[in-house]
Ligand binder design. Structure first.
Ligand code: ADE
Length: 243
């Protein structure tokens, strides 16, 4: 039996996941509550990452030091950056980068010092399973996403930084610096670095809550309540079905 860790960014999403785990039991470690249980024949450990790169990195390190984990799935929301990445769409990361990491002139902008790379790849097989689950989730939930046009699944680069991107000028600057970035959030690349350190396969999936522009904060709140938690549940469930 494989053991999957589910890391959620928002309490609402974690609660939806916990509601689906009939025997969840809490274990405290490193200031985190790690919820252990079973879901669809798999051992699972669910945990709230909190917001930001430090919270995500410490949560992931605590998780992977406490349990034997076969794979990590991070679920959350993000701001859309890429052309055609709209509110309600889902982005599955193929690679992640810290957009606020800049140790130049010692190292090139975005490069992780000592690693010689700026982008960290996700596990291809797990990410493919997540993308398939997301496609199915949107086919089921899509019609219920009132006011949104037909949502789509995208796969590619997600960028992370310790900023909620909430102005058109900031998202334009990100698009110029990283033209292939599909979405921006605040945790994924930090989790990626820790998973790489531990040699544990991982995937990151994000539902788009806003366009990282001047109305991002308004769209974000509404979206979390109405959509994100349901889509996240379907995606995790659909991924577990394929493992
Ligand atoms: N998560 C969701 N929307 C975001 C945004 N606009 N910036 C950073 N993280 C986000």
């Amino acid at each position: 039996m494989s053991r999957l860790a589910i890391v959620a960014a928002m309490p609402e999403e974690l609660q939806t996941v916990l509601d689906a785990i009939p025997d969840e039991a809490p274990r405290q470690h490193g200031g985190r509550t790690l919820w252990c249980g079973h879901w669809q024949g798999h051992e699972v450990v669910a945990v709230l990452s909190g917001i930001g790169k430090v919270a995500a990195a410490t949560t992931t390190a605590t998780l992977l030091s406490t349990f034997e984990i076969d794979a990590v799935l991070f679920t959350g929301v993000a701001g859309g950056l890429g052309d055609g990445v709209q509110v309600g769409d889902v982005v599955v990361a193929t690679e992640l980068l810290q957009h606020d990491l800049d140790a130049s002139p010692l190292f090139p902008r975005f490069e992780i010092p000592g690693r010689g790379v700026s982008r960290l790849a996700t596990d291809a097989a797990l990410s493919q399973a997540v993308a398939q689950a997301a496609t199915q989730a949107l086919a089921t939930r899509g019609p219920a996403l009132a006011g949104l046009c037909t949502p789509r699944v995208h796969q590619g680069l997600i960028v992370s930084g310790d900023r909620f991107v909430s102005s058109a000028s900031e998202s334009t600057a990100l698009r110029q610096a990283l033209p292939d970035a599909l979405a921006v959030e605040m945790e994924g690349a930090a989790l990626a670095q820790v998973c790489h350190d531990f040699g544990v396969p991982f995937a990151v999936v994000r539902t788009i809550s806003d366009r990282a522009d001047d109305t991002a904060h308004v769209d974000f709140g509404r979206f979390i309540d109405e959509v994100a938690r349901h889509v996240a549940l379907d995606i995790v469930q659909g991924t577990l079905d394929q493992l």
